[in-house]
Design a binder for this molecule. Structure first.
Ligand SMILES: NC(=O)C1=CN([C@@H]2O[C@H](COP(=O)(O)OP(=O)(O)OC[C@H]3O[C@@H](n4cnc5c(N)ncnc54)[C@H](OP(=O)(O)O)[C@@H]3O)[C@@H](O)[C@H]2O)C=CC1
Ligand SMILES: O=C(CO)COP(=O)(O)O
Length: 321
C-alpha cells in the first residue's frame, strides 16, 4: 500500500500533504471534523495562508477513511498531543511505519516521539522526519532538505524513496534519538535567541547564545545516546540556524515577545516552551550543566525575566571552551 496518511491538519501536516500529493496518493486527517469539511470545500487552511490544497488531496475527519488503507502514516501533531493521538488511534495505526514529524519532548514522560510510539503501539515502526523547513516553504514547493531517521536501514531506504520529491531532499540516518533531539532542542535555543534580540542585547550576543546553546544540545543529546554527526547535520545545526535567526519561526518570535515584554501570541504552537522544561528536567536527572536551557525554562515558567537570566549567564565562572 503506497497510500500516505498525514495525521494532524495544522500548518505542517497540511504542508507535507500538499507537497507529497503531487506525486503520491495522500489523505490528510484532522480531529476537528467541521474544520476539515471547510478545508475540503474551500481548498485552503487558515493556518497556511495563500496555499491552495490540490484537488487530488483527500481531506477527512474520519480516522477509518484516513488510516485503514494507508501504508505509511505521518504524525504531524505537537509533541504534547502525540501520546493522546496514539492512544486514540492505536488500533488503526498498529503495525504501520509511523513517521514522527513533531519537534519536542513530552513533558510528562520526558520521551521523544520514537519512544512514545514504541510505548503506545509496540507493533508500529517509528521513524523521524525532521530538519530545517518552514511549513510555508514546503507548501510553496521551495527546495528543502530534511533528515529521515529509521532504525532499520532497508525500511529507511524505502521510506526515503517514498517521501522524497524533486524539491524535498531526504537524507537517511539510523539515529532516531539524535534526529528527534536535534529538532526538539533547537526550539529551546531559538527562544533564547529571540529573547536576546527582543531584549536589545544584540546580534553578537545572539551568536554566542546560538553557539553555547548548540553545545548544550550536543551535551544532552549525546548523553541520551545520539550520534555526534546527527547533531552536526540538518536536524541539529541546520534547523538551529534556520529557527534561531528568523522571525518566520514561532519559537524565535515567542522569545522576541518575551524579550520585549510584549503579550504572547495566542493559540500558536511553541514547542520550545514545554521542551525547555522537559530538557531542563532531563539535564538535572543526568547531572548535566545546561545553563541556556535552564534560563529558557525559567523564562517560560515566569520565574525570571530576560535581563536577569542574561546577567546570570554572563556571571558564570570563566572556563575553557
Ligand atoms: N509549522 C512549521 O513550520 C513546522 C512545524 N513542525 C512541527 O510540526 C508539529 C505540528 O506543528 P504545526 O502543524 O505547525 O502546528 P499547528 O499549530 O499549525 O497545528 C497543530 C495541529 O495539531 C492538531 N492536533 C493537536 N492535537 C491533536 C490530536 N490529539 N489529534 C489530532 N490532531 C491534533 C491541531 O488540531 P486542532 O486545530 O483541532 O487544535 C492542529 O491542527 C510541531 O511539533 C512542530 O514543531 C516541524 C517543522 C515545521
Ligand atoms: O521547526 C521549524 C522549522 O524547521 C518551525 O519552527 P517554529 O515551530 O519555531 O515555527
Amino acid at each position: 500500500m503506497s497510500r500516505i496518511a498525514v495525521a494532524g491538519a495544522g500548518a505542517f501536516g497540511t504542508a507535507l500533504a500538499v507537497a507529497l500529493s503531487a506525486t503520491r496518493e495522500v489523505v490528510l486527517w484532522g480531529r476537528d471534523a467541521p474544520a476539515l469539511e471547510r478545508m475540503a470545500r474551500e481548498r485552503g487552511n487558515p493556518r497556511l495562508p495563500n496555499v491552495i490544497l490540490p484537488d487530488l488531496l483527500t481531506i477527512t475527519g474520519d480516522p477509518d477513511e484516513a488510516f485503514a488503507r494507508a501504508g505509511t502514516v505521518l504524525l504531524a501533531v505537537p509533541a504534547q498531543a502525540l501520546r493522546g493521538l496514539l492512544a486514540e488511534q492505536g488500533a488503526l495505526l498498529a503495525g504501520k511505519p509511523l513517521v514522527a514529524c513533531g519537534k519536542g519532548i513530552d513533558l510528562e514522560t520526558l520521551h521523544g516521539p520514537s519512544a512514545a510510539i514504541r510505548q503506545a503501539i509496540p507493533s508500529a515502526r517509528p521513524l523521524v522526519l525532521t530538519g530545517p523547513s518552514f511549513a510555508a516553504d514546503i507548501a510553496r514547493g521551495l527546495p528543502t532538505a530534511l533528515t529521515l531517521a529509521c532504525a532499520d536501514p532497508a525500511e529507511g531506504e524505502r521510506l526515503q524513496a517514498l517521501l522524497a520529491t524533486p524539491v524535498l531532499r531526504l537524507y537517511r540516518t539510523t539515529d532516531l534519538v539524535g534526529a528527534e533531539l536535534g529538532g526538539a532542542l533547537k526550539n529551546v535555543v531559538a527562544i533564547a535567541c529571540g529573547a536576546c534580540i527582543g531584549g536589545g542585547f544584540g546580534e553578537s550576543a545572539r551568536a554566542a547564545l546560538l553557539t553555547r546553546g548548540f553545545a548544550e544540545m550536543q551535551r544532552l543529546a549525546l548523553a541520551l545516546g545520539a550520534l555526534p554527526e546527527t547533531l552536526m547535520g540538518l536536524s541539529g545545526l541546520g534547523d538551529l540556524v534556520l529557527t534561531a535567526t528568523s522571525d518566520g519561526s514561532r519559537n524565535y518570535r515567542h522569545g522576541l515577545h518575551l524579550g520585549r515584554g510584549e503579550a504572547l501570541e495566542e493559540r500558536v504552537t511553541v514547542e520550545g516552551a514545554a521542551t525547555a522544561r522537559a530538557a531542563a528536567r532531563l539535564g538535572r536527572r543526568l547531572g548535566l550543566d545546561l545553563p541556556v536551557t535552564e534560563a529558557v525554562a525559567a523564562l517560560v515558567e515566569g520565574r525570571s525575566d530576560v535581563a536577569t537570566v542574561l546577567r546570570r549567564l554572563l556571571d558564570r565562572p570563566l572556563r575553557a571552551e
